[in-house]
Design a protein around this ligand. Structure first.
Ligand SMILES: Cc1ncc(COP(=O)(O)O)c(C=O)c1O
Length: 408
């Protein structure tokens, strides 16, 4: 039987044979395509007046960051000191990195100031700690508008821990008088904004522009950061945003509000740049049928891709081979001791033991959210470049997992 799911002409079965299972595989051509599409669309509306920062929490493998840098991505949005380190190692400069931490420790503040990255601060208490440094900061606002595919990724509104509400605007101005220079405003409303969300999303953008020009007195304003969240298609029926249209709408609002001062616009996509390039390959170990359901048990699971368990996210799953058998309604699961360890519920699949399954759109928030739960190793990561596979992260080992254990 022919293996027929290929990534740059390499069959997934051959990749698993060469590098083992489970495996994360990234197609460099898709990463490049996404970088080029979003930078071109932004430039169409904003010319040189806007920059794309990759929100590297989506996938922080340094090789991925380097690909981004070489394909027109201007900077990195980091959320921890380690992400800053990785961004610097990938060749980004400190002034190309925003540090959008939340609830920063004193050590993190000292580190970020010493590195000279652009601080993005979302709490009044943290701003107060920055007075002694006379720091320059972007302020993360929560303007009561949140969007997202799940409550956990909706980052605006009263249920969100993120950002400063404008009810504190007097305090913001007071802190500015005490020496903290507000050089930018930021808002990230949530993750996976689709075409259907445009009107609401643009309302949020308008609120941010109004805050910058009408609500707050910001003599040092240089940046206006509208966050990330641009969606990709996980299911057939979903409609993604036409970024040319979306950015041109944002530009209209920008021109309406920013008449004298023209701050540089930042966007911070994560998912958009990397989701579609990544595949989680796993192998079916056993198929277990009860009176009602059939479970297709793989050698991967929620420890490698937690999105289905955490957000009930949908990832398309296909068999890497075309099979001449009848399809069955099955639930694809992992090998973790949790009932919620399901990768895909009620899927029509033609599947047998030993088949390699391809979980699609695994590039964003896949490996980066993985864990060692059940003391299991994380998979290797493979980059396909010019038709050749390269290991960009080795499979973990027991020694690696136990490296920090102190036996008493
Ligand atoms: C502040 C901030 N910026 C950008 C992003 C990237 O979001 P997305 O991957 O949906 O583009 C996130 C995601 O959580 C975020 O919290």
């Amino acid at each position: 039987m022919d293996s027929n799911f290929t990534i740059q002409n390499l069959t997934s079965k051959a990749l698993v044979q060469q590098f083992g299972s489970p495996l994360y595989v990234y197609d460099e051509e898709i990463i490049k395509r996404q970088c080029q599409t979003i930078t071109a669309a932004l430039q169409n509306s904003f010319d040189q007046g806007a920059k794309v920062l990759y929100a590297c929490k989506a996938n922080s493998n340094p090789n991925i960051l380097k690909i981004m840098r070489l394909n027109g991505i201007h900077g990195i949005d980091a959320v921890s000191p380690n992400e800053i380190e990785v961004a610097l190692q990938a060749g980004f400069l400190n002034n190309q990195i925003t540090y959008t931490a939340n609830y920063m420790t004193k050590e993190e503040i000292n580190y970020a100031i010493q590195k000279g990255v652009i601080l993005n601060v979302g709490e009044i208490d943290t701003l107060k700690k920055l007075i002694e440094y006379k720091a320059e900061v972007i302020i993360r606002l929560n303007l009561d508008i949140g969007i997202g595919h799940h409550n956990h990724v909706n980052t605006g509104g009263n249920d969100s821990k993120f950002g400063i509400n404008l009810m504190w605007k007097e305090q913001l101005i007071e802190i500015q008088k005490q020496g903290v220079k507000i050089i930018g405003l930021h808002q990230h409303m949530g993750s996976k904004i689709m075409k259907k969300d445009h009107d609401f999303y643009l309302l949020g953008i308008e609120k941010l522009f109004q805050a910058a020009t009408q609500e707050l007195d910001l003599p040092y304003l240089k940046y206006i950061d509208i966050g990330g969240g641009f969606g990709v298609k996980y299911q057939e029926y979903e409609e993604i945003s036409d970024l040319n249209i979306l950015f041109s709408e944002i530009k209209k609002l920008y021109d309406k509000y920013f008449i004298n001062v023209k701050p540089m616009l930042f966007i911070e996509p994560g998912r958009y740049l990397i989701a579609e390039s990544g595949y989680l390959l796993c192998t079916v170990q056993a198929i277990n049928t009860n009176k009602q359901k059939t479970f297709v048990g793989t050698d991967s699971g929620m420890h490698h891709l937690i999105r289905p368990a955490l957000y009930q996210s949908y990832h398309a799953i296909i068999n890497s081979e075309e099979k001449q058998i009848e399809p069955k309604l099955v639930t694809v699961c992992g090998n973790i001791c949790e009932s919620g360890d399901l990768l895909g519920i009620d899927r029509n699949l033609k599947v047998e033991v030993n088949d390699v399954l391809v979980v699609q759109n695994g590039g964003a928030y896949g490996f980066s959210m993985s864990s060692n739960y059940n003391l299991r190793e994380r998979p290797a990561e493979i980059l396909i470049r010019d038709g050749q596979p390269y290991i960009i992260r080795k499979r973990e080992t027991l020694d690696y997992l136990l490296a920090n254990i102190v036996i008493l």
